[in-house]
Write a protein that binds this ligand. Structure first.
Ligand code: GDP
Length: 536
């Protein structure tokens, strides 16, 4: 039974924790994540005009060497953190890379948030990447807010979209707004709770504030006169959803079972205000985090945080590494002295930073729920815990078995030692998974997508001056193994040729195919084989 930390305070800390909302935006590429991020930031006053997020992104690529890879492909590898205030709430918005090859990065970001905002393209419905990301949310019971975007286009039937989300994502939908028409006939959305129609006016994208005209009731003469067909369809749909849709209930939302659904058009600034309202009023403030030893409560005065992401070379002049740390309890102040749980060594946090719409700002204080960036030279790894209190190991950074395995081949064999060191460093950062075979035949790299290898090749060349190519190896999947010490020892002796250690030293069985795996599992019933592992 985990022991409760009784070291509570009811002062500024509790108030600050209560007003925090930390969430990630997830979507399939092109659904409108960047556009929506920009509008949310505009409301929060973090940026002044539309286009800023994209402009900043491209500026950053222009000055960042290793990001050349994704610049060429027009995708974003970097997950950034943006903080802004809205109605007395401090909102931390975590961006996630949309490209599936970097989904490991996204999984880690999802462990650092208390809620997720899912953006769906109304013309396309539920897409592949959304399915994967929602699986992670479901696993962690993360509350999900749904935004169905692009209603200003000819899109799919809204009832069908709701059905698809419920059936494919296994997420009950509670519509909060409902669209009247679409495309050229998009009249706006009807707020089911307020029984009010929010009128859509296209071309609002240049405005900083959404000023929406409100019409009372579902039968306003304006609707009947201007949008007779759309209005008639809407009335039929309204009957159906009022009779059959899941009602919104905050507890079910917080449990991750029901998602409030909003319709809108991000590019037209329509529906953005509703999302912010949901975040402020319904989304959870920082939640307690389970650790092996006890539960870590956000308002406990001792600072505790977990590194969920490492970003290299955000500033190429300094060749620095930034560890992104989610504060799980307490408060950060400049100069804070903490313990690094893995090494049991003290660290002083002097120059933590935050990222305001991609710009760095030095922080003087931050609270549970916030994300801080800690510059370091490789000391911090993913899953590392920093704490002021007793040593705790926080749970929750997932590791999935890679799908593609390759070895690096050097063009200059004399650089083998440097290559090993470089690959280990990249593995610790989470750029790619590394497996060091017990027989020392050379590090095997494991990735979810091909682009990860390209990122590694580029970074090896630019940062380590190592020219390497990659060759596929006959490995299908890695399984982390566990069992009693004596069993693991015997198993290791008998299977040395198929075993390797990952970046954290954990043993993995590198299986060439299902047949070998099945035979091995049958032969060693005392050993467990897992394709997922939590680090921390
Ligand atoms: P991301 O890949 O999810 O970040 O998507 P973006 O925000 O870059 O948007 C993809 C494309 O959809 C861009 O061309 C946007 O201008 C467009 N888009 C975004 N929101 C809307 C919308 O509400 N209506 C329409 N018609 N287009 C939109």
């Amino acid at each position: 039974m985990p022991l409760e930390n009784t070291n509570h305070s009811d002062t500024i800390l509790q108030r600050e924790v209560k007003r925090r909302r930390t969430f990630a935006i997830i979507s399939h590429p092109d659904a409108g994540k960047t556009t929506l991020t920009e509008k949310l930031l505009m409301y929060g006053g973090a940026i002044r005009s539309a286009g800023t997020v994209k402009a900043k992104k491209s500026q950053q690529f222009a000055t960042s060497d290793w990001m050349e890879v994704e610049k060429q492909r027009g995708i974003s590898v970097a997950s950034s953190v943006m903080q802004f205030e809205h109605q007395n709430c401090v909102i931390n918005l975590l961006d996630t890379p949309g490209h599936q090859d970097f989904s490991e990065d996204t999984y880690r970001v999802l462990t650092a948030v208390d809620a997720a905002l899912m953006v769906i393209d109304a013309a396309k419905g539920v897409e592949a990447q959304t399915i994967k990301l929602l699986e992670v949310c479901r696993l962690r019971k993360t509350p999900v807010i749904t935004f169905i975007n692009k209603m200003d286009r000819e899109v799919r039937d809204p009832l069908e979209l709701i059905d698809e989300i419920e059936n494919i994502l296994k997420l009950s939908c509670a519509p909060i707004t409902w669209p009247v028409g679409m495309g050229k006939d998009f009249a706006g959305v009807y707020d089911l709770q307020q029984a009010q129609m929010l009128k859509f006016t296209p071309g609002e994208n240049q405005r900083d504030q959404e000023e929406i005209e409100v019409l009372d009731g579902a039968d306003h003469p304006y609707l009947r006169n201007h949008y007779p067909i759309a209005h008639a369809t809407f009335k039929e749909e309204l009957d159906i959803i009022e009779a059959a849709a899941t009602p919104f209930d905050q507890q079910s939302f917080l449990d991750g079972d029901v998602s409030p659904v909003f319709f809108g058009s991000a590019i037209n600034n329509f529906g953005v205000r509703d999302i912010l309202k949901a975040l402020v009023e319904w989304a959870p403030s920082p939640r307690p985090r389970p650790a092996r030893q006890r539960i870590v409560y956000p308002d406990a005065t001792d600072f505790t945080g977990i590194v969920f992401k490492i970003q290299a070379n955000m500033n190429p002049q300094h060749r620095d590494r930034i560890a992104f740390l989610r504060i799980c309890s307490g408060e950060y102040q400049q100069g804070l002295k903490v313990k690094h749980v893995r090494s049991a060594k003290p660290i002083r946090l002097d120059h933590a930073i935050t990222f305001m719409a991609q710009e760095r700002a030095h922080l003087s204080s931050a609270y549970a729920g916030d994300i801080i960036g800690i510059p370091n030279h490789g000391k911090l790894r993913i899953g590392d815990v920093l704490t002021q209190g007793e040593m705790v190991e926080l749970e929750g950074i997932p590791h999935f078995s890679p799908e593609i395995f390759k070895v690096a081949r050097l063009n200059d064999p004399l650089r083998a030692k440097q290559l090993n060191k470089a690959l280990k460093e990249l593995g610790e950062e989470g750029t790619i998974q590394v497996f060091d075979p017990l027989e020392k035949t050379g590090i095997v790299l494991g990735a979810v997508g091909q682009l990860q290898f390209e990122t590694v090749a580029h970074r090896l060349l630019t940062e380590y001056k190592i020219d390497a190519t990659f060759e596929t190896v006959p490995i299908k999947k890695a399984f982390w193994i566990d069992g009693q010490d004596a069993h693991v020892k015997r198993f290791s002796q008998a299977n040395t040729n198929r075993l390797a250690r990952d970046a954290s030293g954990a043993l993995a069985f590198m299986s060439p195919n299902n047949a070998v795996l099945e035979v091995t599992m049958e032969k060693w019933p005392d050993i467990t084989f897992q394709s997922t592992r939590e680090i921390g």
